[in-house]
Design a protein around this ligand. Structure first.
Ligand code: SF4
Length: 509
């Protein structure tokens, strides 16, 4: 058998969430001097019960990106291997590259693996604020202050990146944050329409990936909602700007049975694996505002999510990991209920709606995640690590860096208040205000005792009483803790909470 002698080139290893020609290190590569390596890891595919739309999205996007690189002249060594490191070893054995470069990965585990395997690690430009710059910003702020929060970071980002700013360095229209205008409940008059997401026809690449993944995955099979190429992701961006952005701001917290996406951009998956870059998305939104297509509240609200919240979470992940992922300061030990794995149904209409949408689309928007799924787990005392893992596996935009701070810190208060200043707990009243889920629900959101009492309302008061020691000292919720102990029926609420928790764990709620 003839031995193939490969031309000696440097290797650029492109990881599955680095699919963009502008990203270091691939931005420096030329077909004459570099060969591209991409590895699909069997270990990664089998590491969780992934939602098939999540796994298909990443793998189909990887295969298309490899084809794009080939079309522009690169030799791409695209391999399937038992692990990422094994793929690298096989590549080295076959091609003997002079050296292997890779952009900084998005997790501690991957970074350690690359260091162990003698890769040259190139500083990432995937985010607008590198995590070392984030850490430096935090250090400087803490020289003057005792604490830092997202709003501080957001203003710093907005000033230095010059989004929605005047030439005098002031926020346009004089206001930094339009959050208070962006909390409208769902419209009651039916006037607002929520245009359907674009879809792409599935092709041979999609069908092959789906066939390979189906035995390992859960959830409904992909239908083409999630773009798997840069070209199609750019079309999704334009669709959002032209059709949904004007309604995004006012209704960004609203939840509707009739629309799983409402006016949300659905762009986070593309940002998270590189099909879109944060600057081009924010530039497009700012241009729409400058051209009078959208008002300031929608433009500011969206840009804040990208340059503020998203980059803040990225910075916190690197600042606090790896120990942060294991925090469980409220001692929440209950297992994830069977309804999360579709082993049970539920009479709670809000939960049923959101979990059905996750099963159908591998997606729920931020308030559904925080105030329905997260809220239920928080007040029921579900183990935060199990919830993190479930969200990571089931959302199309899931990743460790996204899920750990958002679940452990923001949603479950498992860090004791390091990230959020209060636990995001609510009874049925909040869900009723921000959605139409409660109408027709088996439970009554106004009741906290009795067989048809809303489980959120019952567990909310039980949660406040259960965590009196910790929450009673928190100025943002101490009043609710005191209110719980003033309830004349608190013993009955606590008895009802025991029944609710047993039913939840048994899949009978
Ligand atoms: Fe959810 Fe309670 Fe409303 Fe039912 S009544 S939809 S359980 S908040």
């Amino acid at each position: 058998m003839p031995i193939l002698i490969h031309e000696s080139k440097k290797t650029i290893w492109v990881l599955g969430d680095q699919l963009n020609r502008e990203f270091a290190a691939v931005a420096q590569a030329t077909p004459q001097t570099h060969r591209i390596l991409m590895v699909e890891s069997a270990e990664k595919v089998q590491s969780k019960k992934w939602h098939i739309q999540r796994a298909h999205f990443v793998i189909a996007s990887m295969r298309r990106f490899a084809n794009e690189l080939r079309d522009s002249g690169f030799e791409v060594d695209y391999r399937k291997a038992t692990t990422l490191a094994q793929g690298l070893r096989e590549h080295r054995s076959e091609f003997s590259p002079t050296h292997v470069s890779v952009m900084e990965p998005a997790s501690h585990t991957a970074l350690a693996m690359l260091r162990r395997n003698d890769c040259e690690i190139v500083r990432s430009n995937q985010f607008l604020c590198h995590y070392e710059d984030f850490a430096h910003w935090k250090e400087q702020l803490l020289e003057r202050r005792k604490t830092f929060k997202m709003e501080d970071f957001y203003r710093w980002q907005r000033s230095r990146l010059n989004y929605l700013m005047t030439i005098d360095g002031e926020p346009e229209t004089g206001t930094w944050n339009y959050d208070s205008e962006n909390r409208l409940p769902p419209p009651k008059d039916g006037k607002n329409q929520w245009p359907a997401p674009l879809t792409s026809e599935l092709d041979d690449i999609d069908r092959q990936v789906i066939d390979e993944l189906r035995p390992h995955c859960v959830g409904q099979t992909p239908t083409g909602i999630w773009a798997t190429s840069r070209q199609d992701a750019l079309k999704r961006l334009n669709h959002f700007i032209d059709n949904l952005l004007p309604n995004f701001g006012p209704h960004e917290d609203a939840m509707l049975s009739s629309s799983w996406h409402v006016a949300h951009s659905l762009l986070s998956p593309y940002l998270n694996i590189g099909l879109l870059r944060p600057a081009e998305v924010c530039d497009a939104v700012q241009n729409a505002y400058r051209q009078g297509q959208v008002d300031i509240a929608s433009a500011e609200g969206f840009i804040r999510q990208v340059i503020g919240w998203r980059e803040y979470v990225w910075g916190l992940y690197w600042l606090w990991m790896p120990d942060y992922a294991d925090l469980n300061k409220l001692g929440a030990t209950r297992n994830l209920p069977p309804l999360f794995t579709c082993d049970a149904s539920t009479k709670m209409n809000c939960v049923s709606q959101v979990l059905t949408e996750v099963d159908s689309h591998a997606y729920a928007h931020h308030i559904q995640r925080l105030m329905v799924i997260g809220n239920l787990c928080l007040i029921a005392g579900i183990n935060p690590q199990q919830l993190t893992d479930w969200m990571w596996a089931n959302f199309v935009d899931g990743a460790e860096w996204v899920m750990v701070p958002n679940v452990v810190g923001m949603s479950q208060f498992a860090d004791g208040g390091q990230m959020a200043t209060k636990p995001y707990a609510s009874g049925g009243a909040y869900i009723d205000k921000m959605s139409n889920y409660c109408k027709g629900c088996h439970f009554d959101r106004t009741k906290r005792v009795g067989d048809n009492a809303c489980p959120f309302t019952t567990l909310y008061w039980d949660f406040m009483a259960r965590h009196e020691v910790v929450l009673g000292k928190n100025p943002r919720v101490a009043q609710q803790v005191r209110a719980a102990f003033k309830l004349s029926d608190l013993p009955a609420v606590q008895e009802r909470a025991k029944v609710v928790l047993e039913q939840l764990s048994a899949g009978e709620l």
